[in-house]
Write a protein that binds this ligand. Structure first.
Ligand SMILES: [Zn+2]
Ligand SMILES: [Zn+2]
Length: 153
């Protein structure tokens, strides 16, 4: 079963209806499986495909998909969120290094994080919602710019 078919059946088994709008939004998410998209970025792509779907529908659909555990959500301190398909759908696993200054997302893959999630689950009986770990900080580029500015001063 393809990722797309797999997710379609997840929606069909839920209490939510599979509307044509939701199908279109899902297709974009599947096509951009390696991207981290905000609602606005997704809306921008969507406008080319179907200009009749509004931003409010995009927000609502992303909320529903997140609730159905179809999506992973990466949140920034400023209220912005980015999404991609839950990685269990395509059997890949990366985690997020989030720069709080330029809002860049770097990805890292290391089995140590998967072990950590399993540990939290078994040791604390705590069900981890997102199967990725997000680490917030300052990226290398921003750090270098900062050093440069300090030298100039
Ligand atoms: Zn990611
Ligand atoms: Zn940065």
């Amino acid at each position: 079963m393809s990722i797309y078919q797999n997710i379609i059946s997840t929606i069909q088994q839920s209490t939510y209806k599979l509307t044509p709008q939701r199908e279109t939004i899902l297709k974009i998410l599947v096509d951009n499986v390696n991207e981290h998209l905000s609602a606005e970025e997704l809306y921008f792509i969507l406008k080319e495909v179907n200009p009749d779907i509004g931003l409010a529908t995009v927000y609502r659909t992303l909320d529903i998909f997140y609730e159905l555990k179809i999506l992973e959500k990466i949140t920034f301190g400023n209220g912005i969120a980015k999404y991609h398909l839950r990685q269990t759908f395509n059997n890949s696993m990366h985690h997020h290094l989030i720069c709080t200054r330029c809002h860049n997302i770097d990805t890292i893959s290391n089995p140590i994080f998967t072990k950590l999630i399993k540990y939290v689950n078994s040791e604390y009986g705590f069900e981890v919602q997102d199967n990725t770990i997000a680490i917030h900080g300052i990226c290398e580029e921003c750090k270098n710019n900062e050093d440069l500015n300090n030298e100039i001063r």
